[in-house]
Design a protein around this ligand. Structure first.
Ligand code: NAD
Length: 368
């Protein structure tokens, strides 16, 4: 029997090309008038352009957002919020900048708007991961959700194609795990399948022609759907593996997702028939894990954790950490199997053959 709980999103989403021109209206719609614009040092140009669009509604630009949302940066930004007398926050960037915006919104209660420029999806989630003293702490709270997200395809045109490819695979990982989520939700299943279709079509097209705005729009659309899935349902082994690897070895976020995904799909295949069938629709082939591996290679994604800086001696430690806290997964997580998965991913080998299980999932079966 079908049975589920669905929680609706409260974030207002505006999607299109040139939509940043509507940002001032969105700030006014929240009855605000002094926006502090946030970005990383590399995106100061884009943030200043957004500041100019906001005109008198701009209270300043804070350009020191950094990966993993360090608390020390947040504290510096809090001083900037107060000095500028800001009454709302506008994040212009990827997950790093949006993480800073979330950290500030949580501490100040200020409304938070974002113009996402990658496919990481943080803008659609109530999740915040922060680092302090080398320890990453993750919180999931409704007040972390953004007020308004303005997706403007134009802002993604500067994302280099190889960065777009790994960022897109990061989004595909959210979608893949949403298909077999413990708290499976029919809307998330539909969104995840559509996200996979969109990204499977768009990423190779962006590689062929980085100026293909249609493909850039399709990729951003897929990223929105995948981010919504990440914010709606729980993730599983793939996200646990990437969290441990990122935290333990400081590996780059999107690239790590790109390497690990085919291996986790192979691992979970016997326990997630409907999800595998849906992945197979987006990326046709007899073996969904091999199809994802081939797709990732085809768009130039890295294949080996060793190439991202993970030492071979770290495999055992990572396997221990991954199995230590009983994270939910459709297939029980055994240390030896995780060790084997990590060893393959470390060396850049193809994933194990996906053994497809019986179709017994009433949530996804109708849609697969
Ligand atoms: P990022 O935000 O760190 O961006 C990567 C680099 O690309 C940065 O230097 C950035 O300035 C640059 N960049 C971004 N967009 C660009 C563009 N359009 N043109 C040119 N350069 C551009 O990377 P990310 O992958 O978006 O985010 C990763 C971070 O987000 C990680 O810390 C991860 O943990 C976090 N994250 C959080 C969630 C969540 O729900 N909380 C979800 C996904 C990712």
């Amino acid at each position: 029997m079908k049975s589920f709980v669905h929680r609706g999103q409260i974030t207002k989403v505006v999607f299109g090309t040139g939509t940043r021109a509507r940002l001032a209206d969105e700030v006014r719609a929240l009855e605000r008038g002094r926006a502090l614009v946030l970005c990383t040092p590399g995106q100061t140009g884009q943030a200043r352009e957004v500041g100019e669009l906001l005109g008198p509604l701009t209270a300043g630009v804070f350009d020191q957002a950094a990966a993993h949302t360090p608390v020390a940066v947040t504290e510096k930004a809090l001083t900037a919020v107060r000095a500028a007398d800001a009454d709302c926050l506008v994040s212009v960037g990827g997950g790093s900048t949006i993480g800073l915006g979330k950290a500030l919104a949580l501490r100040t209660g200020l409304p938070h708007l974002a113009l996402p420029t990658t496919y990481a999806g943080s803008e659609m989630t109530p999740i915040l991961g922060e680092t302090q003293g080398g320890v990453k702490t993750t919180r999931r709270l409704p007040e972390i959700l953004l007020d308004t997200v303005v997706y403007d395809v134009d802002l993604t045109l500067t994302l280099p194609p190889h960065v777009a490819a790994v960022s897109g695979l990061n989004a595909m990982a959210h979608a893949a795990e949403a298909l077999y989520a413990q708290d499976g939700d029919p809307l998330a299943f539909l969104a995840a399948g559509e996200a996979l279709d969109a990204l499977a079509e768009a990423l190779p097209a962006i590689l062929r022609d980085p100026a293909d705005t249609e493909a850039r729009a399709t990729a951003l659309y897929g990223a929105w759907l995948a981010g919504t899935c990440l914010g709606t349902v729980g993730m599983a082994l793939h996200h646990k593996v990437c969290h441990v690897l990122g935290g333990s070895f400081d590996l780059p976020h999107a690239q790590t997702h790109a390497v690990v995904l085919p291996h986790v799909i192979a691992y979970n295949a016997p326990a997630a028939a409907a999800a595998m069938a849906r992945i197979g629709r987006a990326l046709p082939g007899p073996d969904p894990a091999a199809a994802v591996f081939d797709f990732a290679g085809g768009v130039g994604a890295p294949r080996a954790l060793r190439d991202l800086g993970m030492p071979e001696s770290g495999i055992g430690k990572a396997a221990d950490l991954i199995v230590s806290d009983g994270y939910w997964n459709p297939r029980p997580v055994h240390r030896d199997a995780v060790h084997d998965l990590l060893r393959r991913a470390w060396a850049g080998e193809p994933p194990a053959r996906a053994v497809l299980g019986p179709s017994s999932d009433p949530m996804g079966a109708r849609h697969a």
